[in-house]
Ligand binder design. Structure first.
Ligand code: GLC
Length: 538
């Protein structure tokens, strides 16, 4: 049997470089900090890293506003430092994909500085310029920006040389992130060159930021009336994106070594997301966010799992699973916020919320598809509580971007005051303390990653939902016509549940997220918020 490509079997780990680790006292993480911690990631057992942007940037969107795609921001290091990091990761068997931000540049990118200098500028058509409505005082259409749905996705630039006094440029995100015009062939060409620059340096692929937005309806029609307040980027889905993706795929395929592209397709329809795989000739993987937004409830998870299989399987598209990232509250925080805490003391609340985070780790790492971990979820961290005076993100996402606590000591391994405050509980939920505790969530993630290595059924086995009592979810991963079977059973509720096993179902606990011991026979009861992996072998 042919082995599946590496990106189907890998577990990815997202590094948000500002907050991962710092080798200096700047309070901001850097590439050297990542390099210094590669062995921690190998110890954990992940296979691939996705590194969020480290390019030159004025940091209006913390690196997602790029002013030079082919250089490292001095805050993070330099190109030689990147090469060293990539080399050392590869030596350890870790693949590395990097973020690529094709939809927009920084307003300080030389292309935009030139483009805004006037209507005849060489790069004018690199961006989307239009006249406004009426007497040019109203934006060209009703699209709203992703960071502030009360604001148009357009900004006016006055220019006396123009008959009507100026033009508007499109920005689906911050005004400091003008959208590129991919209908201009020179834009596509320039971006292909950027990808080649990094492919030649040896990266294994890219995470393509809001990739579905690189094509827009050239008529720029108003968004439908019922969509008020929904950012245009979440609605934008036009056919013209697909030939562009196919050309990107050909570019990647022209390189040796299985280079890949993972697209952020920020659409809320799983059906629509599935189309971005084409017929195996577009994206290798796409993020599918409905599961990230699903609450900690068995019925909701059953729904998103079924929706994913029915949209993805007929196309042979390989799903991805994500619970947390740098744009959303951490899942331990979300699941804790959703639960009722009536009459609960702090210790009980902590225990329950950790139990959910532990069961969620089992879910994430046993579904069929490629899982993505967000730095710090293996530490069971909550979001940082940030005073209004320290909030910096235009999209209000600071809470999940706190620094990673490496040590138990007061600075948690950060030599300078970090750019954002630490997460609550950092004094116990830090790498040093959790490594020393075999029962910790960090060790649970490590054991799950180890089980994935040992049991191919977890990586590439078929997936079947099993009957399961209300409030629980059970599914089977199996290979070779059920010769190798692992059943996963998860309780999404705060009370123990009796889970009867089907005749012949595996009943030996390979791992339990709660208190049941590995290597024992499953007694037919799941503890509160407990997940188990059951195998046939004692
Ligand atoms: C993506 C990124 C987000 C960024 C936005 C604009 O959604 O994940 O962090 O702000 O694109 O680049």
């Amino acid at each position: 049997m042919n082995s599946p490509p590496w990106w189907q079997e890998a577990v990815f780990y997202q590094i948000y470089p500002r907050s991962f680790a710092s080798s200096n006292a700047s309070g901001v993480g850097n590439l050297e900090g990542i390099r210094e911690h590669l062995d921690d990631l190998v110890w954990l057992g992940v296979d691939a890293l996705w590194i969020s942007p480290f390019y030159r940037s004025p940091m209006a969107d913390f690196g997602y506003d790029v002013s030079d795609y082919c250089d490292v921001d001095p805050l993070f290091g330099d190109l030689a430092g990147f090469d060293a990091l990539l080399d050392e990761a590869h030596q350890r068997g870790l693949r590395v994909i990097i973020d690529w931000v094709p939809n927009h540049t920084s307003n300080e990118h030389p292309w935009f500085l030139d483009a805004r200098s006037g209507p005849d500028a060489r790069h004018r058509n690199f961006y989307v310029w239009r006249n406004g409505k009426g007497d040019n005082t109203e934006p060209p259409n009703n699209w709203v920006s992703a960071f502030d749905p009360g604001q148009p996705a357009w900004k006016f630039v006055a220019d006396d040389r123009l008959e009507n006094g100026g033009q508007w440029y499109l920005h689906l995100f911050d005004p400091a992130q003008p959208d590129l015009n991919w209908d201009e062939p020179a834009v596509e060409q320039a971006h292909h060159d950027i990808l080649r620059f990094w492919l030649d340096r040896g990266v294994d692929g890219f995470r393509a930021d809001v990739i579905h937005c690189i094509a827009k309806d050239p008529a720029l029609p108003d968004d439908p009336v019922g969509s008020a307040g929904i950012p245009h980027c979440a609605l934008n889905d036009v056919e013209a994106v697909h030939p562009r993706l196919r050309r990107l795929r050909s570019l990647l395929d022209s390189y040796p070594g299985d280079r890949m592209m993972l697209g952020e397709v920020y659409l809320f329809s799983t059906e629509a997301v599935a189309t971005y795989y084409g017929t195996g000739d577009e994206l290798h993987l796409a993020f599918n966010f409905p599961p990230l937004y699903a609450p900690w409830r068995a019925d909701k998870w059953r729904q998103v799992i079924e929706a994913t299989s029915s949209a993805f399987d007929p196309r042979g598209a390989w799903p991805t699973w994500v619970l947390s990232n740098h744009d959303n509250p951490r899942h331990r925080q979300r699941y804790d916020d959703q639960a009722s805490h009536h009459g609960e003391d702090e210790a009980t609340r902590h225990r329950r919320s950790m139990a959910r985070a532990r069961a969620a780790a089992v879910l994430l790492l046993t579904l069929r598809g490629t899982p993505f971990l967000y730095q710090g979820e293996e530490l069971g961290l909550l979001d940082a509580v940030i005073d209004s005076g320290r909030r910096v993100d235009p999209g209000g996402r600071d809470g999940c971007r706190h620094p990673i606590p490496w040590t138990a000591g007061e600075d948690h391994g950060w030599p300078g005051e970090p750019w954002l405050p630490h997460a609550p509980e950092a004094e116990r939920q830090n790498v040093e303390s959790l490594k020393a505790d075999e029962g910790s969530i960090l060790h649970l993630y490590r054991r799950l990653l180890d089980l994935r290595r040992r049991f191919p059924e977890l990586r590439r086995g078929s997936f079947t939902l099993l009957d399961s009592p209300p409030g629980t979810l059970s599914f089977r991963r199996s290979l070779d016509h059920e010769k190798a079977v692992i059943d996963i059973r998860i309780n999404f509720g705060g009370e123990p549940v009796v889970v009867p096993l089907e005749a012949g179902a595996p009943e030996w606990i390979l791992l339990a997220s709660g208190s049941q011991g590995s290597g024992t026979r499953f007694p037919g009861v799941l503890g509160p918020d407990e997940a188990v992996l059951l195998g046939a072998l004692a």
